[in-house]
Design a protein. Structure first.
Lengths: 690, 296
């Protein structure tokens, strides 16, 4: 039954079974790589895994140091060739994946197996850098657990059972670890460790909008679930009702379909602004494109945790009028940081929905009316037809909104490609666009019609987190809208997107699109079978369950960051104890838990000795104290003979006790009377010489 | 054998790697303020911590018993058969056994079901002649994850004998006067001339079995060859013409082997011991034992 191997641990080969588990685990780390890395990198990894299974039974492996170095250099070059640089998260992860591939081909000893498992864990870690999406996270966590299974299987060696037993052991480990992990996750102090420098992460390079609004620049953000910032409302701890327009950056420079922000914005003094009561402009046609906020006129204090985006704009509810330290208020009423934001930052800012400007400076007016010469005559004609009808700016705005509403414009995530001179094509022919298309074209048309206009880029909406009591704004909430100068109300927000897609402003983008898909697109686009499948109860339930899980992951788990933890610890009243005491308490709980596990497992696996054997052992201990030790191979009768010889005083009792024990052992059925007598005799036996 | 005390614990070689991975995860999690990475970090930490009692329990109830050790010649290997018993109800995995001091050989038992035992043989070089005590045995385990090693030490009072290394090139000293005790055996030693057959005794070399007779359906018989020379070998310590005691003992050991192989009766005279001439396994070992325990 028992199996043993004679080779020592060091030169033991990697057996096939743990290798299979390892391969399965590593496959689960691949999805984020396929999504984010150059395709050849995960392909190479797959190839290495397949090769390994071909090589291992034949005893082949990657042997020569020179060859390994050459391969590593080739890989480095290939990475440089596919990304254009070696600096960045994707490049780093790619390099790690390539090195892991080489390691797989090279490894052949037991020790290297442990190393491979640990590299696997690092790959899981890297996966989380590439994406924190729930589906991906689930894959990575499964991969993480399978790596444990591989490790357990590896240490089981040739023990019988290759599937359920290692899975069961791992499951037991994970189940026992869960309370401890939860404890650590909730209570362990989270210290910011970016010792002055920050890993250049993906956010800065490829996520977030830029200072240039071109067709497609916001559309590209719609599938990014990366967090842009979180906002708390310390005054009432509830979010304002109505749509939340988060102001990011104001663009003054028009190039038709493309708009640009000034490189170095001019500061304005906050004193030139003041919150005002709601103006008369909220009524009528304009009022619908500019939904009234119930908090109008009231100052809203926000505490914002901004994620690093490597640029200098900062976000605040429309519109900020009190400036946080290390920032200024730029011309156009937006926040501008003193330094690029390279690590997470927390600031407090106060906004008011209505801020009146005294008047538009002539210089600003000129800039807000500037249009490029390249605008086509048809577009100019359209704009001038509105101003010819009615020269009141408010009427012009309404005409333009009416145009967007009546002329069959569609709101779409995939509007196709537009260049910066495609304004005419957009307005008269294709008429499909996303928010940046509507904002850019609307503002351009306003300028052509003589109404000062600018484009604002920021975020719209966000997800309210009940647990943490904050609004979480993701990159996918990015939005662009316009502001026009009206003499009576100053710069006034007009969001042409809401005219085309009326529900967009009150929902976040995901829910808006989900609702649209449910009603319209599916029926038309998918064939009947798929439509039926989508509508079937099981599918709906599965989808709903998945969405709920995904939501829980996003809000509860991904939402539980250092700041939420602080709030949470505060709410249960242990935040002010200091990290040291917290750690000490965690250690005490952990040790107690581990001791409990040990005791429990000890009890469960201890062999049940019968009473007679226990009594006989006691008897043997007593005799040992008298100087005769029973050898492990000695049977009771041999021992009794030897002990009786050495201890002539007790010879009679020794013989008697031994005989009863033998009788108890070998009697066809043991009798309690005999056992009781045996117990009495053993207790009466002297434990020290008289 | 009884374990010395509570199992010792120390990190295994891959523990450093684990620390590195955990440090990397911590750095990544805290610098990015990423709860997902924190989850990974804390899960791995918790699994590692929970694996410590698992490893400890994996040794609970496991005991070892030494079996008797066969003597070996100096310079050869001593084989130490050990029975590892799992006294618990649960199956134990990945139990490793080694002798303290020599970490070179570590025997691994993949699996012992509850209540069962496994037998392994530890081998180590026999260095010096004499009687030695078996070194303490180290029962270790890293199961299930391999980051922590628990160690149970078993002290042993068992001894083993190492015979002197057989060496030397002096000829076997033969006295022409055969001893009357061994007469009957000496007639049929191992020589070159066929001298007949006798019953096979289990344990004898199978090389001299008369296989042709077996093929004819007869019982196993051993072919006997008469030795060329007859007589008694007098192995006298004081008569060996070598300088040191060890050299003399080595020469004597070689002679004992030669005489035993030739089936020639031999007697051993040491300053403290006298063993009258005889031949056979027990005599052979008695002589070698005397040589090995010789106190110069």
């Amino acid at each position: 039954m028992s199996r043993s191997t004679s080779r020592s641990n060091r030169d033991r080969r990697i057996p096939r079974r743990p290798l299979l588990w390892l391969a399965a685990a590593l496959l689960f780390t691949l999805p984020p790589m396929f999504a984010s890395l150059a395709t050849w990198v995960p392909c190479l990894f797959l190839l290495a895994l397949a090769l390994k299974f071909w090589m291992e039974p034949r005893g082949y492996r990657l042997r020569f140091a020179a060859l390994k170095l050459v391969l590593a250099a080739v890989a480095l070059f290939a990475i440089f060739a596919s990304y254009g640089s070696l600096h960045g998260v994707e490049q780093g992860v790619s390099l790690l994946v390539v090195l892991m591939s080489l390691k797989i081909l090279e490894a052949h000893t037991a020790r290297e197996f442990q190393v491979m498992v640990m590299i696997g864990w690092v790959l899981c870690l890297c996966g989380f850098f590439l994406s924190q999406d729930f589906a991906i996270a689930l894959c990575l966590l499964i991969g993480f657990a399978l790596l444990l299974v591989a490790l357990v299987q590896f240490h089981r060696g040739s023990s019988p059972g290759a599937f359920w037993p290692p899975l069961g052991t791992t499951g037991k480990l994970l189940a026992q670890a869960a309370p401890l992990a939860a404890l650590l996750f909730v209570l362990f102090p989270r210290i910011n460790s970016s010792f002055g420098f920050q890993i250049r992460d993906l956010r800065s390079a490829s996520l977030g909008f830029s200072d240039r609004l071109s067709p497609g620049s916001i559309t590209s953000l719609t599938d990014s679930s990366t967090v842009a910032f979180r906002a708390e409302f310390p005054d009432d701890r509830t979010r304002p009702r109505g749509p939340m327009y988060w102001r990011g950056i104001v663009m003054w420079h028009c190039e038709g379909m493309e708009w640009r922000a000034p490189y170095a914005p001019v500061a304005i003094s906050p004193g030139s602004l003041k919150p005002s009561a709601p103006g008369p402009h909220t009524a009528g046609e304009l009022g619908r494109a500019l939904p009234a906020e119930s908090t109008s006129g009231r100052a809203i204090r926000q505490r914002i945790n901004i994620a690093p985006h490597d640029a200098r704009w900062m976000f605040a509810l429309d519109r900020p009028f009190e400036v946080p330290p290390r920032a200024m208020l730029a011309r156009g009423n937006y926040l501008w940081s003193a330094q690029p934001i390279r690590k997470a930052r927390r600031y407090e800012v106060t906004s008011s929905p209505q801020v009146t400007e005294r008047e538009l400076e002539p210089l600003d007016r000129r800039e807000a009316l500037d249009v490029p010469a390249s605008i086509s005559p048809a577009v100019r004609e359209l704009a001038q037809s509105w101003s010819a009808q009615n020269s009141n700016p408010r009427a012009i705005v309404n005409s333009a909104l009416q145009f967007f509403r009546a002329q069959g414009f569609r709101y779409s995530l995939s509007p196709g490609e537009y260049g910066k001179n495609d304004l005419e094509a957009f307005l008269f022919h294709r008429r499909v666009g996303f928010c940046e298309h509507y904002a850019a074209s609307f503002a351009t048309l306003m300028r052509l019609a003589g109404v000062p206009a600018r484009v604002v880029v920021g975020y719209l909406g966000g997800e309210y987190n009940d647990l943490g009591g904050f609004v979480l704004v993701r990159q996918s909430d990015a939005h662009a809208w316009c502001e026009v100068w009206l003499a009576d109300s100053g710069w006034t927000r007009v969001d042409p997107t809401t005219v085309v897609a009326p529900g967009r402003a009150s929902l976040d983008l995901d829910s808006f699109l989900a609702r649209n898909a449910a009603t319209g697109e599916l029926n038309t686009r998918q064939n009947a079978f798929v439509a039926q499948l989508f509508r079937s109860a099981i599918f709906t339930n599965v989808r709903l369950a998945w969405e709920t899980l995904s939501y829980e992951w996003d809000t509860r788990l991904l939402g539980f960051d250092a700041d939420v933890q602080e709030v949470f610890l505060d709410s249960i009243g242990i935040a002010n104890r200091g990290p040291f005491f917290l750690v000490v308490e965690i250690v005490i709980v952990a040790v107690a838990l581990l001791l409990a596990y040990t005791g429990w497992m000890q009890l469960r696996t201890r062999s049940r000795r019968d009473r007679a054997r226990g009594l006989y052992d006691r008897f043997c201990r007593k005799i040992a104290r008298l100087g005769v030790r029973r050898d492990p191979w000695e049977g009771p009768s041999d021992f009794s003979r030897r002990a009786a010889q050495s201890l002539p005083d007790e010879a009679e009792r020794i013989r008697e006790i031994s005989n009863i024990y033998i009788a108890l052992r070998y009697a066809p059925e043991s009798t309690t009377i005999l056992l009781d007598r045996f117990a009495k005799d053993v207790s009466a036996f002297p434990s020290h010489s008289r | 054998m009884k374990a010395r005390k509570f199992p010792l614990v120390y990190p295994s070689a891959s523990f450093a790697g684990l620390l590195f991975v955990l440090a990397a995860m911590w750095y990544a999690a805290s610098s990015q303020n990423s709860p997902a990475v924190y989850l990974l970090l804390f899960t791995l930490t918790a699994v590692f911590l929970v694996s410590i009692p698992h490893t400890l329990i994996n040794l609970a109830g496991v005991t070892i018993a030494l079996e008797s050790v066969k003597p070996a010649f100096a310079g050869q290997e001593v084989s130490l058969p050990v029975e590892v018993t799992n006294g618990s109800r649960a199956t134990r995995h990945g139990i490793e056994l080694a002798l303290s001091g020599s970490s070179r050989e570590r025997k691994r038992i993949d699996c012992i079901p509850g209540g069962k035992a496994a037998r392994v043989t530890l081998r180590f070089p026999a260095r010096q002649r004499g009687e030695h005590r078996v070194a303490a045995l180290r029962l270790t385990s890293v199961y299930p994850l391999g980051f922590i090693r628990f160690l149970k030490k078993f002290a042993s009072s068992q001894t083993y004998i190492v015979y002197p290394k057989p060496a030397g090139d002096l000829p076997l000293p033969l006295s022409r006067a055969p001893s009357p005790h061994s007469r009957s055996r000496a007639d049929f030693g191992e020589g070159d001339d066929f001298a007949g057959v006798r019953d096979y005794v289990p344990g004898e070399s199978q090389r001299h079995i008369d296989w042709k007779a077996v093929a004819r359906g007869q019982p196993l018989m051993t072919k006997q060859f008469a030795a060329e020379t007859e007589g008694v070998a007098d192995l006298d310590f004081s008569a060996v013409g070598l300088a040191t005691v060890e050299e003399k003992l080595s020469q004597l050991a070689l002679w004992v082997i030669e005489a035993e192989r030739a089936g020639q009766p031999y007697g051993l005279w040491l300053p403290s011991t006298e063993i009258p001439p005889a031949v056979g396994q027990s005599h052979f070992h008695q002589c070698l034992r005397a040589l090995s325990l010789f106190q110069g």
